[in-house]
Design a protein around this ligand. Structure first.
Ligand code: NAP
Ligand code: GDP
Length: 333
């Protein structure tokens, strides 16, 4: 039997890199979309690309861009994937207030282009769409599940809400196998450095090694449902192994404040964050979501999925990874 073939948009991102590892370990041939940049930007999958048993054999990268639907269509025709994981796009909520049009083009319109391309494929193909808890924004009730009304509070949330609804429409109207994974925040040592958890873990590690003294942050009263990214990509794969397509919330079910995350991260290096954190208004956003906490009952019952790593353990493992990286190459930071 030939190996299953997957295509990942956003393969160079946090989730894309963990998903690639998971799919390769499960015997897939993985194709990924990468964009051209002036500097090579593959650091999260470099270890796979340079493995002679993987790079160019079971892991194949293709230049493209989400906004270039003709080349995407051609790639689908050539590769004939049976599973597509659509993870690419501008993923920073705060930044979406500064570049709303680019965010909506990448997150909303590009998903429409992708759905249209997949609708034209001859072979059956399953699509996972990386939706987000930001679609709920300011929900009427907590916790949120797959039936909670969408009330986004950011351009990013609006774009994800559009794409999520469109996926539902294409599933119902055309019978496409499309799953929305409504993921609450998930973090890891591979999280982008301008997300607050990674900013904190890096700062705790640098402060512990005497390389930083201050940590500028916005409001600390924000709360999130924070989980561990490798567990969430397993949920993505499980969603596409079902007989019927559906939407799934992926979440821990626990809401924690930034202050609690700071306690856990700085506690891991025996420091008090209050001595280092200073308020900086440029990190305050025009609007914030409220009461975001997920109810992942459906994922547990239908997919056998549940979040194992909770906020304190997550913060600790992120700080330990940043400490190890710092100690391995001190000159780089
Ligand atoms: P990430 O680390 O920011 O990765 C985003 C990926 O998208 C990168 O590979 C990036 O490529 C690629 N990309 C961006 N614009 C593109 C374009 N125009 N054409 C082609 N590729 C493009 O994000 P992540 O944390 O892995 O998240 C994956 C997906 O899940 C995103 O859609 C995100 O919005 C969604 N999501 C994430 C979370 C979370 O907590 N992590 C929660 C809910 C939903 P470059 O490397 O070239 O920049
Ligand atoms: P998000 O939930 O996808 O927006 O993830 P972020 O990690 O970017 O932000 C989580 C929360 O932390 C938001 O409520 C931010 O307003 C808050 N926050 C406070 N200070 C900062 C900061 O310096 N950087 C970021 N990224 N977020 C901050």
């Amino acid at each position: 039997m030939s190996a299953p073939v997957a295509f990942i948009t956003g393969i160079t991102g946090q989730d894309g890199s963990y998903l690639t590892e998971l799919l390769l370990a499960r015997g897939y041939v993985v194709h990924g979309l990468v964009r051209r940049a002036s500097l090579f930007n593959r650091s999260r999958i470099e270890h796979l690309r340079h493995d002679p048993a993987i790079g160019g054999r079971t892991l194949l990268l293709h230049y493209g861009d989400l906004n270039d639907t003709t080349s995407l269509r051609r790639l689908f025709r050539q590769i004939r994937p049976t599973e597509v994981y659509h993870l690419a796009g501008q993923s920073h909520v705060g930044l979406s207030f500064e570049i709303p049009e680019a965010t909506c083009n990448e997150v909303a319109n590009a998903t429409l282009g992708l759905l249209e391309s997949l609708r034209d494929q001859e072979q059956p193909v399953k699509l996972y769409h990386a939706s987000s808890s930001e679609i709920f924004g300011a929900p009427a009730a907590a916790p949120q599940n797959e039936d909670t009304a969408l009330r986004p509070t950011s351009p990013y949330g609006c774009a994800k809400a559009f794409a999520t609804n469109l996926c539902r429409v294409y599933r119902d109207a055309y019978g496409l196998f499309v799953c929305n994974g409504i993921a609450f925040n998930h973090e890891s040592p591979r999280r982008g450095e301008n997300f607050v958890t990674r900013k904190i873990s890096l700062a705790a590690a640098r402060i512990a090694r005497g390389r930083q003294s201050e940590l500028p942050l916005g409001h600390l009263d924000a709360a999130r449902d924070w989980g561990y990214a490798p567990e969430y990509v397993d949920g993505m794969w499980r969603a596409l192994q079902q007989e019927r397509a559906g939407d799934y919330v992926f979440a821990t079910g626990e809401s924690r404040t930034l202050g609690e995350f700071l306690d856990a991260a700085f506690g891991a290096v025996g420091r008090d964050w209050r001595a280092h954190v200073k308020f900086e208004s440029r990190f305050v956003r025009p609007a914030e979501p409220v009461r975001l906490v997920g109810d992942a009952t459906r994922a547990r019952e239908k997919l056998g999925w549940s979040a194992q790593t909770k906020m304190s353990a997550l913060a600790r493992l992120m700080v330990e990874a940043d400490l190890a990286a710092l100690d391995a190459s001190p000159e780089r930071r």
